[in-house]
Design a protein around this ligand. Structure first.
Ligand SMILES: [Zn+2]
Length: 298
């Protein structure tokens, strides 16, 4: 079943809400990157928020990039998401295992660390991108984004994200929801939402039980009005052609070293773990082109 995202408004338009099921795409990420369970949980939670933030963008040309680094053993988490539902991401070091002893749950906050930052870059196709950054609160991702929305975007928000991983490391369920107070939200709206979310089941358990994003929203709001539902997918825009063009921007000496010492090169895309190999002959072509270009410009 394809992953989906639903967004809409509730409480007479004073609140907006996003919900998503990202189980399939987090499974794709798990396989591509060989994620261990706690890395699936950290990346999956971040990708779910990324998808929902992507749907907050206004147009197809806009992109959101999330970077989280809490100084923990897993290192940096990077996620890119677009308005059309495509998302990609990776964690620097996916091979760690941490469990909270008291709850037996994956210790995302330990793997991520909490001494660091959460950064969001909104590329709106203009010269200047919007960048917002906050200090991490717990490293559990959901809390950190709630803090980010409140501080950096002045939008009080409830963020719930979760990932359930099986014993064979495959992802059973992943998804989340974000509820945001619009400027004319009332105290009553805030109390209503707090009461609803108090003791609310975890998102991952709801998705594992077969609930759709819309079902989850219906459990919270009685007057939800849907604005859009779209499909989500893991997709990376890297390609051999792009890598070829990047090689053409390298200093000549570097290319020469790859030709004479390495007799070829491999270019790796961290986002999707693809590797593109270039033969010595191809590097020579690029090198010769750069030499000719330099001569004609001399
Ligand atoms: Zn890629």
């Amino acid at each position: 079943m394809a992953d989906i995202l639903t967004r809409g408004i509730a409480r007479n338009g004073r609140v907006r809400v996003f919900a998503c099921d990202t189980t399939a795409l987090v499974n794709v990420a798990q396989v591509k990157h060989g994620l261990w369970p706690v890395a699936s949980a950290a990346l999956g939670r971040t990708m779910s928020v990324g998808c929902m933030m992507g749907s907050m963008l206004k147009s197809e040309n806009e992109k959101i990039t999330i970077e989280i680094n809490g100084g923990g053993p897993m290192g940096t988490i990077m996620v890119d998401a677009h308005h059309d539902g495509s998302v990609r991401g990776f964690v620097a070091d996916p091979e760690h295992h941490y469990i909270y002893n008291d709850t037996n749950k994956l210790a995302v906050g330990v793997a991520v660390g909490r001494d660091g930052y959460l950064k969001v870059i909104k590329d709106m196709g203009l010269k200047q991108a919007f960048t917002g950054q906050v200090e991490l609160q717990t490293g559990e991702i959901g809390d950190d984004f709630a803090y980010y929305f409140a501080v950096s975007e002045q939008t009080p928000s409830a963020v719930s994200v979760g990932v359930l991983v099986d014993t064979d490391a495959s992802v059973i369920a992943s998804g989340g929801f974000i509820i945001q107070m619009l400027p004319d939200a009332t105290e009553e709206d805030i109390v209503y939402i707090e009461n609803k979310l108090n003791g609310f089941p975890t998102v991952s358990s709801l998705i594992a039980d077969g609930k759709t994003p819309k079902d989850m929203i219906d459990m919270i709001f009685e007057d939800y009005e849907e604005l859009e539902t779209c499909e989500l997918s893991f997709s990376c825009n890297c390609s051999r052609e792009r890598c070829y063009r990047v090689l053409g921007t390298l200093p000549k000496e570097d290319l020469l070293a790859m030709i004479e010492e390495d007799h070829g090169c491999d270019m790796h895309c961290e986002y999707c773990s693809s590797t593109y190999h270039f033969e010595e002959k191809e590097l020579r072509e690029i090198y010769d082109y750069l030499v000719i270009k330099e001569k004609t410009h001399a």
